[in-house]
Design a protein around this ligand. Structure first.
Ligand SMILES: Nc1ncnc2c1ncn2[C@@H]1O[C@H](COP(=O)(O)OP(=O)(O)OP(=O)(O)O)[C@@H](O)[C@H]1O
Ligand SMILES: [Mg+2]
Length: 249
């Protein structure tokens, strides 16, 4: 059974149909990439899946449960984490505090905060440290978020998503704006997370997509026009026409 599924999912902004009757099945444990030209509707699809926008039509199922219309914070609690929402980074907090807040916000019984004994925070702290360790930032846990490099900030954003112990990780262009060296580190990181998490990845850099993906879905003008393995996508004539151009040759 798919862990995350979209059925005939659509979103219109006035006359523009940004996402048009998309059917998508994300199998557990896979890395499934969404590619397509600028404005194809990829980010809008993430906004629908994470509850940021309500769909105009269609359904979203998570682990077999219909979550259509569920609010974003509830969906996050169910285990769908989205990376790179910059607003989640507090520049004047240390890296550990940034990740701790994320781990704490998703811990089960935060409503019982006032009655909790301090040792029950140990689990939250351990989870936060684990997330920093997973992205290679544990040595900088006491530095302030505003003082680390741009590439490290993106790693921190990934740690914040991981701290919530997600079941599905949605990554929207994690390598955007990174230097070649930072990109290399980010790709290695995503590769290391593969298998441990179900990952949905939006990315423009074709070499990254082709080397890390189990499956690729191609979006064009809001619709999915193809789905398959990297090799299948590379040979698909419609995809080459719509998107890859000479790159896949
Ligand atoms: N909140 C919004 N209001 C109106 N139009 C929107 C909104 N969000 C997205 N759009 C439009 O929907 C279309 C799809 O945008 P989206 O950001 O999903 O594309 P994308 O595939 O992520 O593109 P990119 O690769 O450039 O990030 C675009 O035409 C965009 O202008
Ligand atoms: Mg986008």
């Amino acid at each position: 059974m798919a862990l995350l599924e979209a059925r005939e999912l659509s979103k219109s902004f006035g006359a523009l149909t940004a996402v048009n009757a998309v059917n998508l099945r994300i199998e557990p444990g896979t890395l499934h990439s969404i590619i397509g030209p600028n404005g194809a509707g990829k980010t809008t699809l993430f906004n629908l899946l994470t509850g940021r926008f309500a769909p105009s039509a269609g359904r979203i199922l998570f682990d077999g449960r219909d979550i259509t219309g569920t609010r974003a914070h509830r969906i996050a609690h169910l285990g769908l984490a989205r990376s790179f929402q910059r607003t989640n980074v507090f520049p004047a907090f240390t890296l550990l505090d940034n990740v701790w807040v994320a781990a704490f916000a998703c811990s089960r019984s935060w409503r019982g905060l006032l009655w909790r004994r301090t040792e029950s925070y140990a689990g939250v702290s351990a989870q936060a440290r684990q997330a920093l360790n997973d992205v290679g930032l544990i040595a900088k846990q006491s530095e302030l978020a505003r003082e680390i490099s741009h590439g490290e900030q993106r790693q921190l954003e990934l740690a914040i998503a991981l701290a919530a112990a997600p079941r599905v990780l949605l990554l929207d262009e994690p390598a955007a704006g990174l230097s070649p060296e930072e990109t290399r580190r980010m790709v290695a990181l995503v590769r290391a997370l593969k298998g441990r998490y179900t990952i949905v990845l939006i990315e423009h850099k074709m070499d990254i997509i082709m080397s890390v993906s189990d499956r690729i879905s191609v979006m064009h003008f809001g619709s999915l026009i193809a789905e398959g393995t990297p090799a299948e996508i590379q040979r698909n004539p419609e995809v080459r026409r719509a998107y890859l151009g000479g790159m896949a040759a």
